[in-house]
Write a protein that binds this ligand. Structure first.
Ligand code: ADP
Ligand code: MG
Length: 679
């Protein structure tokens, strides 16, 4: 791995050695993998191809004497006119009056600087008499610390490349180079430092992006395999035909994505390792259905299942949809904070005797006095709403139960692959057939009356509407429409129309919330004004309109979640975003919402707009640092690398195939350095 110290490179003495060490370079390998942070282009392009504001190089003939004007103290501006192709270009140079002597009329000069396309003007940073030397037009620029200079570093790297070229080991098996058309490691290194063209530079980067991602994924997969082998779990040996019979009896056919995810889950459950899987899918994509089948498999295996959800409303909804799916043969019970006293004792005792198969609940599930007889599968819905300890507390209610986390907040693939190192991920990335995408509009405040009329029209046709506001009560500083006010306004407005308006917010008591939700679910209330408490999981298929006030205050994912409350029935549904974002990013985000209804796509877009740090929020971004790869851009390479890494690990290629020897050595050494041991 070229771990020779840098002083083995000809010409590197003590002083240079120290300067290199100051930027983290102590071996030949470090040096060769110290990539330029940018490149300067001294390539001469036709004037018509120059890009405004770019740094460019032009070649021309001096026309007439340059003029020099002095201003301020010691400041000057030199102006020279150059004949370039058929045009006259104005060259401007600051504070170098002496250049006038060289720029004599008729001289050919090569100038580099910032290009102004509109004025045909270049702000000259460097100039040279004579024609441009074109053998190395693309020059690397390195980040260095004084007194080391980029140009010195360039020389040393050149020398190192010459001296050690033969010893640059190819890490990748030759089949990869061929099938992905990748440059060899040696060639790519040369092109990274001394590109022969931008095309070649791009290829060099491509090779290192893949290499970096493959090495990262390989380490992750090896660690994951090790962790798996170390985590005891239990095999839930269910009879497949019984599970299949259950699936056949469902009132719908599973989508391909549901089926794929389900198979992944069932395989985990049968395996002797503990399942630790995240199931992602848009609202309505059918996660709960998949969860239900998994729970059923657990019951067939003679075990119990538990499902923990963040709110009581959701618990009740899940409870009734599970009951509907399971029918008579499975006993499902609900355990929430509002179930108390004798009723609670009774349920607890039934759970302990395994007289109850499936228990759905809130945090109430993880209280100390809840004991399961034989907990096989744990499902945690909207997992991000629970803390690590809460999730663990539920898991600890059984002996190594299989755990499935569910989330309707799609995390971009790239982030899922990189940040859930220890978790397997299944994605339901398609909707059941027949769903009509929600039509989404973005309007400004002045359209409000029309929006309210539109709601009225939909209600007249028998449908219902949500109106969402960001906050409950008026805040002095922020001019936010508050839910209570809005509720009163709408009530007055719709009163004469026999339209009932309801109000839901986080400060209501649970039974009040429950009552309002019930009224909405049973269509006694047609328009529900709500804060975001309605966000999670609630299912009222008759609602066709979602109006969101101050939409710019919500993240794309949250807007998407809210929008997911409608479009659950047969009828066409609509989402209206009322927003007046100031910045371009805000406008772009509103526009994206109107253009796509795919949560994964939105998440990717959000990632592109805000970057990975923002996407997760500062705290959560335990993302690995990549040197060449950019996970927001290189997701295809990342997926390829992950699949390759999985197949390498799964097929034991590192140790069984000599083509993988170099990779194996690399991985072994990295783990050794990190102190990671394998059995
Ligand atoms: P999620 O939990 O992802 O929000 P659900 O599992 O609650 O989605 O499904 C939403 C609705 O779609 C439910 O009414 C469910 O019965 C129905 N459903 C689920 N899967 C399918 C399918 N494959 N085809 C048709 N309808 C489905
Ligand atoms: Mg759900």
């Amino acid at each position: 791995m070229m771990n020779w110290p840098i002083e083995t490179i000809g010409g590197v003495g003590n002083r240079l050695k120290e300067q290199l060490e100051a930027i983290g370079i102590s071996t030949v390998n470090d040096l060769l993998f110290y990539f330029p942070n940018r490149y300067e282009n001294y390539e001469i392009k036709p004037l018509s191809e120059l890009i405004h504001d770019d740094k460019v190089t032009i070649e021309g003939e001096v026309l007439g004497e340059p003029t020099v004007t002095y201003y301020g103290r010691k400041k000057s501006r030199l102006i020279v006119r150059l004949q370039v192709e058929h045009a006259v270009v104005k060259g401007v140079m600051f504070n170098r009056p002496f250049a006038k002597k060289q720029l004599v009329p008729g001289a050919i000069v090569t100038c580099t600087g910032k290009w102004d396309q509109h004025r045909l003007q270049i702000t000259i940073e460097q100039y040279k008499k004579g024609k441009a030397k074109t053998d190395q037009p693309i020059q690397p620029v390195y980040y260095v610390k004084q007194p080391l200079k980029s140009i010195q570093l360039k020389k040393i790297i050149k020398k190192a490349l010459e001296q050690y070229e033969e010893q640059i080991v190819e890490l990748l098996p030759s089949a990869y180079l061929t099938s992905y058309k990748l440059l060899t490691r040696a060639k790519a290194l040369k092109e990274i430092h001394f590109p022969t063209s931008f095309q070649a530079l791009k290829q060099a980067k491509r090779r290192f992006i893949y290499e970096e991602l493959l090495l990262f994924q390989l380490k992750m997969q090896l660690l994951r395999k090790r962790n798996r082998e170390r985590t005891q779990g239990n095999s839930q040996l269910f009879d497949f035909s019984l599970v299949n019979r259950f699936i056949d009896r469902l009132p719908f056919q599973l989508t391909k994505a549901q089926n794929r995810s389900l198979q992944e889950i069932l395989q985990d459950m049968r395996s002797p390792y503990r399942m630790n899987r995240l199931l992602q899918g848009d609202v309505g994509s059918g996660k709960t259905a998949v969860a239900a089948i998994s729970l059923y498999a657990s019951i067939v295996a003679g075990k119990q299942g538990a499902m923990m959800v963040p709110t009581e409303i959701l618990a009740e909804q899940h409870m009734s949809s599970l009951q509907a799916l399971f029918g008579e043969n499975v006993s499902v019970a609900l355990l929430t904070g509002s179930i108390k006293g004798k009723k609670r004792k009774e349920i607890l005792s039934l759970i302990e005797q395994q007289a109850i198969d499936i228990i759905v609940g809130t945090h109430a599930l993880i209280q100390e006095d809840v004991h399961f007889a034989n907990l096989g599968t744990v499902i945690v819905d909207e997992q991000h709403r629970f803390g690590v300890n809460q999730r663990k507390a539920l898991r600890d209610k059984g002996i190594d139960p299989d755990v499935l986390f569910m989330t309707a907040t799609p995390i971009p693939r790239t982030l899922a692959i990189t940040s859930f190192g220890d978790m397997d991920v299944s994605q339901i990335d398609e909707m059941p057939v027949g769903r009509k995408p929600v039509e989404t509009y973005w309007v400004k405040d002045n359209m409000l009356t029309r929006v309210l009329q539109f709601i009225q029209k939909e209600v007249k046709q028998g449908y219902q509407a949500y109106v969402i506001c960001p906050l409950i009560e008026e805040s002095d500083k922020l001019d936010i429409q508050n839910a209570v006010d809005l509720y009163q306004q709408l009530q007055e407005m719709y009163n004469s129309q026999q339209i009932e308006v309801g109000l839901l917010h986080g400060r209501l008591h649970n039974d009040e919330k429950e009552a309002v939700m019930q009224q909405f679910a049973s269509n006694q209330v047609q328009v529900l004004v709500s804060t975001t408490v309605v966000e999670v999981g609630v299912n009222v298929p008759n609602a066709t309109v979602m109006v969101i006030y101050d939409a710019e205050r919500f993240g794309l994912s949250q807007l998407h979640q809210l929008r997911g409350r409608v479009g659950r029935g047969e009828a066409q549904s609509y989402c209206v975003l009322i927003a007046d974002p100031k910045g371009d990013v805000g406008k772009e985000r509103m526009k994206i919402m109107t253009e796509t209804t795919n949560g994964f796509e939105l998440a990717e877009q959000d990632l592109q707009l805000r970057g990975p740090g923002d996407f997760f929020g500062k705290k959560q971004s335990g993302l690995p640092e990549f040197k060449v790869a950019d996970i927001a851009q290189d997701y295809r390479a990342l997926e390829t690398a992950r699949n390759d890494a999985q197949s390498i690990v799964y097929n034991h290629l590192l140790t069984n195939d000599s083509e993988y020897q170099a990779l194996n050595n690399y991985v072994k050494q990295t783990f050794e350095e990190a102190g990671v041991t394998f059995d």
